[in-house]
Design a binder for this molecule. Sequence first.
Ligand code: PEP
Ligand code: MG
Length: 758
Amino acid sequence: MSPDNTRSSNRLEALTRIVREVDSAPDLDTALSVIVRRTREVIAAVVCTVYFTDHGQRHHVFAATDGLSADLVGQVKAGFGRGLIGQVADSSRSVNLAEVPEELDQEFLTQSGAGRYHGFLGVPVVHKRLVQGVLLVRQRKARRFDDADEAFLTTLAAQLGSAIAFARANGEMCTLCRTGTSQQRRFEGLSGAPGIGIGKGIVLFAADLQTVPDRVPEDPAMEERRFRQAVASVRAEIARLTDDLEETLSSADRALFDAYVLMLDSPEIVETVVQHIHLGNWAPGALRQTIEAHVQRFELMDDLYLRERATDIRELGTRILLRLQGTSARLEDCPPGSILIGRRISAIDLGLVPPGRLRGIISVEGSALSHAAIVARALSLPAVVGIENLPISVLDGQELVVDGNNGHIYLRPDPALQQAFASLIEEEREFSASLASLRNLPAQTPDCVEVPLYTNTGLAADLALAAACDSAGIGLYRSELPFMLYDRFPSEQEQITLYRQALEAVAPRPVNLRTLDAGGDKPLSYLHIAEPNPALGSRGIRLTLDHPDIFLTQLRAALRADIGLGNLRLLLPMISDMDDLEQALIILNRAEQQLVEEGFAIIRPKVGIMIEVPAAIYQLEQLARHVDFLSVGTNDLAQYLLATDRNNPRVSRRLDHCHPALLHALQQIVHAAGGAEKPVTVCGEMANDPGCALLLLGMGFDGLSISASAIPRVKWAIRSIPAARMQGLAEQALQLDLPEHVHHLLEQTLQDVRLERL
Ligand code: PEP
Ligand code: MG
């Protein structure tokens, strides 16, 4: 190996080691001291320092150092746009100077009293396009740091960016960066569902050890018992598995199972958890503390084999946690006035909470288009979603405000803020009450064009809402939601009961029963599909076509539920091409034929397809000729068109339903549907927004299907703007280049007719 190669492989090793140490550091201070110490060693610099950016105060604060006095931390500050630090941060590029001009370093020289340093290399620390700080090294003598030094520092800075962002979210940086002394904190996410809720956080920690909160146990002895029982049942489970799989297990697998039992029998884990319980944490919290400490120890080991054992310990911890959960608080026991918090909250979690108990929802993952947000809107619950780095375990039991209108969360709001939000809630309530007068009035424009407004539904709780509000029927019945409540596929009879309930609730108005759209972000616990990219995998019609037995049962149940009512319409999800449609229709024909032969007096319902895969747009006329109606799923259409995962908070801001590409695609769909003379509606979340609803109608959509809770607002907008004006609005919007310009146009339009409160 050449000396250069040896050096770079040493650097790589050093980097990997630092990243591991930083990852397992218990807090930001430790992480920073690792970074500055190790960087100084590796680069052989005299000083390594990190500055944090305080955007509020418009300066960068000296946050950690190796090589300078620790007294400078928090004291030395570099103003925005000034000096060396300002140059690195402003340009968002590295600055590498063999000889720093004195005037450029004046601020540092005066504040630190550390004397001149001639060599300088600084790189910006950036997270999500925002500068979080500066990482730098200095040398007393003139020195030009080389490319490898620069690459090393840049890589570390990338690592540091998310650590700082996380610490900011966690409130760890209060001593340095926060202004004021209040304990109140604000976190920014995305608006998932509108409205404001004030309540106490309750963390839904699923089987994810990382998110388990600390809680003071009411009865430590009881917690200890609970924990020992969980350990005993995991041990029994492993013993049973080892016996059952005796013949099939390889010796390596058996060794792993034996290692699990050894870990469970050793006092190291079990007794440490018990100690933590008696020091004041409940069993799941004590388990998390213990497992994390063990995992960290193993992850820092040099030996690859031992490092891998960290995964086994985590796995074991998760198994114990699962057992503990069986006996811990359940969603059904969620107290009134709760704000439900989770890494990912499923539609089913929401369905399990008894009505009226929740005041809001916070989901770390997701966007306005993810299913938790959709169900939150259906249940009229404010939701904030997509808050990367939210330290959810510290939110349990805390007073919180969920501002779903702006996508903000306030932790421990002070009385003045609570009061301000309480007034807003009251205003909102009065506003909603004023909309009640619209009930029973038609969704008709001032120039007398009647718009069919349908409701989206799926959970029993919002079925009641749908029936109560005056919609034209159910435009989207998400049949996978009731499926998710089961621990196996519901039988034909069980499905008949479910569908009959929906059909009867709105008869004679129609119900668009969408066939099972499981997979993607709607997994069924009893149909495990391991896929690297579930959104592009086996979901919707692809899944049901692969399992014709399941599809056939669902179709039979739907047809039988409709007997004597006649308001069923079938909607097929995720159709990408003619083959999908033909295969689905063949199975429908089979279901029909079977039932007729069995003597059931069924009638063939109208059949429609969801337009939500971009490929369908390019074959729309052919597809439309074989069905009775079309319904556009803008949630998935936006996801696939914009190549933006609807559940990934890193990119969810890009998922804008006013994106010009989406608007042009929608216009193309309207034209193709017109060409085939088939009615086309929109059932994606876009239509819940009153401004977008006007835009869609202006484009020529024949109707909209929205959450029951959005009906009054959308109806009000429709009743205020003539159809001709909506058309003009659509024409104008289609000329615009940027989503924000479209938003602005819609806001302006609502303001013009004094509907800005919508
Ligand atoms: C859509 O994709 O827009 C839609 C209505 O279906 P879902 O949100 O259930 O995927
Ligand atoms: Mg969809």
